[in-house]
Design a protein. Structure first.
Length: 278
């Protein structure tokens, strides 16, 4: 994934020495991001592009999960699918069994202006990337041994006999950087997923490339909404922060990053496929 980020120009350093995920107006952001980029170039042996060709971070996160999580069948059996949702995607949040009622709610608000004014559209959620599975057939369910017949377990959504909609396992928000309050959209989406579900809550996570610990903390700190924030290069970020903190006498930056990691609020993206097995 690191090599692809560089090859596709998502992670790049321009002629002024500023990495594409840095805030050029913020010195710690510039310094830390440049160190992370240099470490990844050294490790992947990929040459950095001259300029960023546009954010493809969301696509790369989806590709990474597609190449990893479905292969962990020995840890989490199932026919798993990873899809990047877009504005034109046929698959929406309401396509999943936990949220199918949102379509009905949308129809009601479209027909009733007064109801639309009261409810708004805050209940509509559009995750960047989703992980889901389809309900299982009777052959799959009762293959090794008889688990259930026609007279029992008639309400569980896992059986295709009872339900024809996929089950949402995870909602992944991809944020290459976190600027001002835009990152808080992920928290709003998470709260809506929790509040509007019927049934099991999916994993709700954020993957980011933000270099500044304070901005990561603005989203990672706290519990009850987002399961965890994952960094695309956490090990390189730790090294970069330690180097910059020592050079600039900014022990507070090092401490803040250590707090996020020790508090289990920030992990590396390599942890994500395994955490989805929980």
């Amino acid at each position: 994934m690191h090599a692809e980020l560089i090859r596709r120009g998502v992670l790049a350093v321009n002629s002024e020495g500023i990495a594409s995920n840095a805030d050029k107006a913020n010195t710690p952001s510039r310094e830390i991001a440049r160190r992370v980029a240099d470490l990844l170039v050294s490790e992947t042996h990929e040459r950095q592009a001259g300029q960023t060709s546009g954010s493809k971070f969301e696509i790369l996160v989806a590709e990474f999960l597609e190449r990893t999580f479905p292969k962990l069948q020995h840890l989490r059996p199932g026919e798993w699918k990873v899809v990047q949702l877009g504005n034109r995607a046929a698959l929406k949040t309401s396509s999943f069994v936990q949220y199918e009622h949102l379509d009905y709610l949308r129809e009601l608000t479209n027909e009733n202006e007064r109801l639309r004014t009261i409810l708004g559209n805050d209940y509509m959620v559009a995750p960047d990337v989703v992980v889901y599975r389809n309900p299982v057939s009777e052959d799959e369910l009762n293959g090794p041994l008889l688990v259930a017949d026609d007279d029992m377990a008639r309400l569980t959504e896992l059986r295709a006999l009872n339900n024809d909609k996929p089950l949402l396992e995870a909602s992944v928000s991809a944020k290459w950087t976190m600027r001002s309050d835009r990152a808080q959209n992920s928290r709003t989406e998470a709260l809506n997923l929790i509040r509007n579900r019927k049934g099991q809550t999916p994993h709700i996570v954020v993957v980011t490339g933000e270099p500044l610990p304070s901005r990561i903390a603005s989203l990672a700190l706290g519990t009850g909404d987002i399961d965890c924030v994952y960094h695309f290069a956490l090990y390189e970020l730790v090294r970069a922060v330690e180097e910059y903190g020592a050079m600039s006498d900014r022990a507070d930056i090092i401490e803040q990053l250590d707090t996020l990691i020790a508090g289990k609020r920030l992990k590396d993206i390599s942890d994500l496929p395994l955490d989805l097995c929980l």
